[in-house]
Design a protein around this ligand. Structure first.
Ligand code: SF4
Length: 282
């Protein structure tokens, strides 16, 4: 049986960069704290905790402490509060998220209404809203377009949470174009996500089964799984090798494997090793 691993499987550039920044800071002996989990992956979170980085729910006293800002970014008020409490800030916000922050700030100054296509509850979306002075409109689904509000808007800018599904986004943008006279669209789906989505639109058609690896809390893994499942019903979402059922792969000639942007290489290697061994025995 052939195992085909997606080239883009696993950590994206932004997550790798944030982890590098975090571990280098630990090596240089900092007392580091972080609001929430660094990424949506339990193994990575455990590793970060073992390295001594403390996860916080709320900011405390910051004297002699460093606040690590995660790849998703944070609202401006978090930076201000942290500095006021005495923290030094180590900003690991992904440069692609920063770019989006710049766009919304610039366009708000030009009086454009800001529309974000993304998940209302996601930290990246909170970070984007948190750069603005005025209320933004967040749309997570074409059925959720707030028609009354939208029809009153004369000019608006759309940005997109970096890991959204492009097809879904295009549908929403096309619907909004009919309603808003002056509309500018910045496709801020990041390059690593675009590559992942291109691969996941092809791999399920070329393989008998698909395995998507990533935490059940990872939104980008969920999207990969949903696209895969829509193209190949033999698509399975696992967090680790322990969830693989042999009947999924027993009689297939090829298995495609991909993994979300927060899935570590070690987990991917474990899954490949496990499948390789299990199918050899047969
Ligand atoms: S998913 Fe994209 S925007 Fe988000 S951290 Fe990774 S590279 Fe950056």
């Amino acid at each position: 049986m052939k195992i085909n691993l997606a080239k883009s499987a696993g950590f994206c550039f932004g997550v790798k960069r944030a982890l590098d920044i975090a571990f280098k800071a630990v090596e240089s002996g900092g007392n580091i704290e972080m609001l929430g989990d660094i990424v949506h992956n339990e193994d990575v979170v455990k590793e970060i905790n073992r390295a001594g980085i403390k996860k916080l729910k709320h900011l405390g006293k910051g004297k002699n402490k460093i606040l690590l800002i995660r790849a998703h970014g944070e609202p401006i008020k978090t930076f201000i509060k942290a500095l006021r409490l005495g923290y030094k800030i180590l900003d690991a916000t992904c440069p692609m998220v920063k770019e989006m922050h710049k766009i919304v700030v610039k366009m708000e100054k030009k009086d454009f209404k800001i529309i974000i296509i993304g998940d209302k509850k996601h930290d990246e979306v909170h970070g984007i809203i948190g750069q603005l002075n005025r209320e933004a409109i967040i749309i997570d689904d074409i059925k959720g377009v707030p028609l009354k509000k939208i029809k009153r808007i004369k000019k608006a800018v759309i940005v997109v949470q970096s890991t959204q599904n492009l097809e879904k986004v295009i549908g929403i943008v096309n619907a909004l174009r009919k309603l808003i006279p002056k509309l500018r669209f910045f496709n801020t789906i990041c390059q690593p996500t675009r590559i992942k989505q291109q691969e996941i639109r092809l791999m399920p058609l070329l393989n008998d089964a698909m395995i998507i690896i990533g935490s059940k809390t990872s939104a980008n893994t969920k999207r990969l799984y949903e696209i895969s499942k829509s193209l190949n019903r033999n698509s399975f979402w696992i967090q680790s090798k322990y969830e693989i059922k042999l009947e999924w792969i027993k009689y297939v000639k090829s298995v495609g494997i991909t993994a979300g942007a927060s899935t570590p290489d070690a987990t991917i290697k474990d899954v490949i090793g496990y499948i390789g061994k299990s199918t050899q025995k047969d």
